[in-house]
Design a protein around this ligand. Structure first.
Ligand code: NAD
Length: 266
């Protein structure tokens, strides 16, 4: 039987990007480990279906339409969740996306700004929206999802990888600033994970998956991955859940790479 320290019973989590991929798997995993979950996403229908799935499995979940680029949106979602459950113990900042591609020197200002807002400023908004509640509640755990692109091999993805590198420093800074209040702050950095984000590499024009192209892209990536395959969203979600639980009570300011060994910095 799983040690109770890995469970998060009686806690409340806010998960962004809960409509799809890693965020959805995280919301479901946290709920299975005992937490009430606020499932938030810009796509209202998808986060509602995530909350419904959790409820159907006997868990507690609430659905929130949230644009992480808006600090005001975050504040109102956090205060509603607080009203409903009386606490916020866990924040999984997951929502993010690759927007503009291209070399830094030729990127337009608005493209770079858009990447910064979605992939870094939004993480700051999330931490600020829940930080006070965690401190008043005696502690908490914030998990910021960064990206394997910060390990160095991401030409033409500056509007994504540069903000994602900022997420690491945000994690370290907050870990120092909030440690005495019992709030731990860590980063999970996924490698190549099969989600709708990676499916962009092998989608047909009508949105369906081109299976042949998927197999080619997956095997190209897998050739460089020591475990020899893409990761699954649930494999990232379990790392987030570990960091949310007391099983990681002495871990803060750290980065956990869920990448099948793709990068192994010392
Ligand atoms: P995904 O596309 O499956 O899910 C992303 C979710 O974020 C979607 O539900 C989308 O609606 C939501 N979202 C997008 N913009 C939003 C906004 N402004 N406000 C609220 N929600 C918004 O992608 P995923 O692969 O699950 O990615 C989740 C996170 O993991 C992202 O931060 C991504 O950068 C990171 N990541 C993914 C991979 C990978 O290989 N899939 C690798 C490294 C990092």
């Amino acid at each position: 039987m799983l040690s109770a320290t890995f469970r998060v019973d009686g806690r409340t989590a806010l998960v962004t990007g809960a409509g799809s991929g890693i965020g959805r798997a995280t919301a479901i995993e946290l709920a299975a480990a005992g937490s009430a979950v606020g499932c938030a996403d810009i796509d209202e229908q998808s986060c509602r279906s995530c909350a419904e799935e959790i409820t159907a499995q006997g868990g507690t979940a609430f659905s929130y339409s949230l644009d992480v680029r808006s600090a005001a949106d975050f504040t109102s979602v956090a205060s509603n969740l607080l009203e409903r459950t009386g606490r916020i113990d866990i924040l999984a900042n997951v929502a993010g996306a690759i927007m503009a591609r291209g070399p830094v020197l030729s990127m337009r200002d608005d493209e770079f700004e858009e990447g910064l807002t979605l992939n870094l400023k939004s993480f700051v908004h999330g931490c600020r929206a829940v930080g006070a509640a965690m401190i008043i509640g005696g502690g908490g755990s914030i998990i910021n999802v960064s990206s394997g692109t910060v390990d160095g091999r991401a030409p033409n993805l500056g509007a994504y990888s540069i903000p994602k590198a900022g997420v690491l420093q945000l994690t370290r800074t907050l870990a120092m600033e909030l440690g005495r209040d019992g709030v731990r702050v860590n980063t999970v950095s996924p490698g190549y994970i099969s989600t709708s984000m990676t499916a962009a590499h092998y989608r047909n024009a009508d949105g369906t998956v081109n299976v042949e192209q998927r197999n080619t892209v997956d095997s190209e990536h897998s050739a460089e991955i020591p475990l020899g395959r893409p990761g699954q969203a649930r494999e990232v979600a379990t790392a987030v859940t570990f960091l949310a639980s007391d099983a990681s009570s002495y871990i803060t300011g750290q980065i956990i790479r869920v990448n099948g060994g793709l990068a192994m910095p010392l």
